[in-house]
Every structure is written in C-alpha cells, then in structure tokens.
Ligand binder design. Sequence first.
Ligand code: S3P
Length: 430
Amino acid sequence: MKKLTSTASGLNGIIKIPGDKSISHRSVMFGSMAKGKTTVENFLPGEDCLSTINCFTKLGVKIEQENSNVTVYGKGLEGLSESSEVLDVGNSGTTARLMMGILSGLPFHSVLIGDESIAKRPMKRVTGPLRDMGARIQGNQDGNFTPISIQGGGLRGLDYVSPVASAQVKSAILLAGLQGEGVTSVKEPYKSRDHTERMLQAFGVEVKEEENGTVSVAGGQELVSDLHIVVPGDISSAAFFLVAAAIVPNSRVTLQRVGLNPTRTGILEVLKQMGAELSYSTIIEDGPEPYADITVTTSNLKGVEIGGEIIPRLIDEVPIIALMATQAEGTTIIKDAEELKVKETNRIDTVVNELKKVGADIEATEDGMIIKGKTKLHGGALDSYGDHRIGMMGAVASLIAVGETVLHNDKAINVSYPSFFEHMESLRRG
Ligand code: S3P
C-alpha cells in the first residue's frame, strides 16, 4: 500500500524511459529460437519479461541477465528441449500467447500456467487457430484458459482471418507458421503492433505484408543471430508521464528514447488532438524501431472522440487517456475498445470505478467509456486490482487530487515499470 499526495511545484526534469515490454519479450523469445548469440541493451527487467527469460531457461536456453543487459545463447529451434517443470508465465499475456505459438511447433510436451489474472484471460483466440494448424492442445474450458498443455509438432500452414486486432494472436500464429508446412498468413480488422514482423526480419526471416495488411511467413525459415538489439523506451510507460506533465500545473518533462513505432503512437496523436504541447528531439531512425526524446509542458486540453483503427495503436494507454480526459474541457468518448475487457483486469470497469472514487464524471459503455471534464479530483482509496496500468493511472491521479490518495496493491506496477515511483519522485523534486 502506498500513500500519495499532490504536487504544487509541478513535475520537472528528464527521465530515461525503461525498455519496451513487447520488444523485450520478443528479443528473448526470438534470440532463443535463433542460432547464434543475441545481445540486448535496455531490456526491461520488469516481472513480465523476467517470466519470459525464466520460461526459455526451462526450455534449455542459456540466458544471462544483469539489469537491462541480456545475452541469449540460441542454438536454434532444435536447441529447445522439453521441460520437466511447468512453464510459469506469471502475469504476462504476451509470454503466454506467443509461447503457445512457439511451443506448438516443437515436438515435445509443455504445460503453461500463470497467475490468477492470466487464468481469466481468453486463450481460445490463440489455441483455436493453433489447433487448426495441427497442434494438440488441452486446457481448462476446452483450451480457453490456463493451465494449457501442448503437444507440439507436425504443423501445417494456415490462412487466418482474425476477428480481433491483436499482436499476440498474430504473433502466435506466425511463430507457429514458421515451423509449419507451407505458408501461414494472418489478416486483422486493423493493424496491430508489428514488433514481431520487424524483429523477425532482423533475424533474417522473410515476412511479407500485402497492401490489405495481410502478413505472411513461409515455414522452415531459420532465425540466425549475431544481433545486438537496442530496445527503445516503452511508449506505454512513457504515456503515464506524458499525461502527468500535461495535466499537472507548472510542469515540463523530457522523456528520453521513447519508441515511435507508428503501430504504437496513437497516444501521441490523441495528446496532440487534445491540445497538448509536445516537442521531439534526437530522433533516431536507423534501426528496426525508431525512437526520440519527447518534451511535454502543462497544457490546456479539450475532449476528443477516439475509436476505430487508432484503438489497437493505443489500447494499453486507455486508462491514462481516461484520466487525462477528466482534465480536458468537454466530453471525451472512447469507443470500439471492447478488448479492454480482456486485459490484466476488465479495464472498462476498473478505470471507471477507480476514477469515480476520486471524483471523475465518467461512465462505462459497452465498448469504452464517456468522460466529461474538466473536474477537480480529490484523494481516495484506490486499488490496482493487480493491474500495473490501473496502479499507475491511480498514482498519476494522486498528483492532481486534493488530499491524500492511498493506492492498494501498488506492487503490481513492477510488472512493466519497476522504477515508476523513483521516476515520479525525481520529477517531483525537479
Ligand atoms: C502486446 C499486445 C497487446 C497489448 C499487450 C502487449 C504484445 O495485446 O495489449 O500489452 O506484446 O504483443 P493484444 O495482442 O491482446 O491486443
């Protein structure tokens, strides 16, 4: 439990945003599948990514990790071997779903488990198409929930039209497809984050993308590595301080090395539309993933409508966007975001409940929420419910709330941003 108070002097200073969670996971996964050594710089040492390292260690891969430096000694797919222990993904949906794709191609038996939150997250979206490719998968409620057991091998290619825009679904199928006969393709209703496609190409895999967004890989391609991967800062972590600087009076904050992959930058477009004052410097575009420093100052904000293709490009930022909308003049409508219901918590419910507790004018809808601003927030007893992003939303709310805020289950934040409170303190000190 953490006691938090507002700040009168604002947030000021420079912070280096920790590594991107999605890219960190993939660096260990693909490094483990590849032949050769992969070194990773600015890896995110958050609990989710450590779960990924732990799983691949159990599959026989030598991985060295010291804070944000990681070395993976890959021996190719043949170098992965059956684990005598269950593979525990902790709180990480990305670890669970991408591993299901990888394990489906491997000719041995694996069992995946996770924490209480993982046990409630739907896996059929992945186990369904993987079964269609030939994987033998069992699990609770016909393979929809963990524990999931997989007997891999003997896969055939699949042309899959996904009902959801999900990088986890797309990646799991492509990673299985790499190990199957023939070509595997995935088409989504909107483009989801493309870190898998970008990184597989860096490992020498040919990935095709058609005009209509269909992505495909041919089976039997090897990943080859002598790679040094520089992980950019996680824009989803940066989002909390981008918004904090925009809504806390007297603030000016620079966030260094923030990833700018266009499939993730929906939050920047929304900040701009709402009237936030942003500027970019030191833009680096020579690797697979672009990044830059971003400076934000306290801004006068106005409400916006958010829906459609931008939703997958900002899905993890909805909690903090909702908080920002409480400080914007007018109404903000977030729609087409049903996917929020199957995140670490049902984020339509948890965002609305927690922000209501501190005085927000917010209501849930079937596919999102409606927020009316601008409202003065007050302190209250908030809970992360074990969801890192709900915890960070609450902590940022406390910076502008009148009176004390208590945040229960604040430790959940370690899943993606272990240095979050340290960074918040350093910006408060200015
Ligand atoms: C992720 C994809 C997204 C995102 C999650 C990370 C990834 O999930 O919400 O935090 O690394 O592929 P979905 O694929 O379920 O949309």
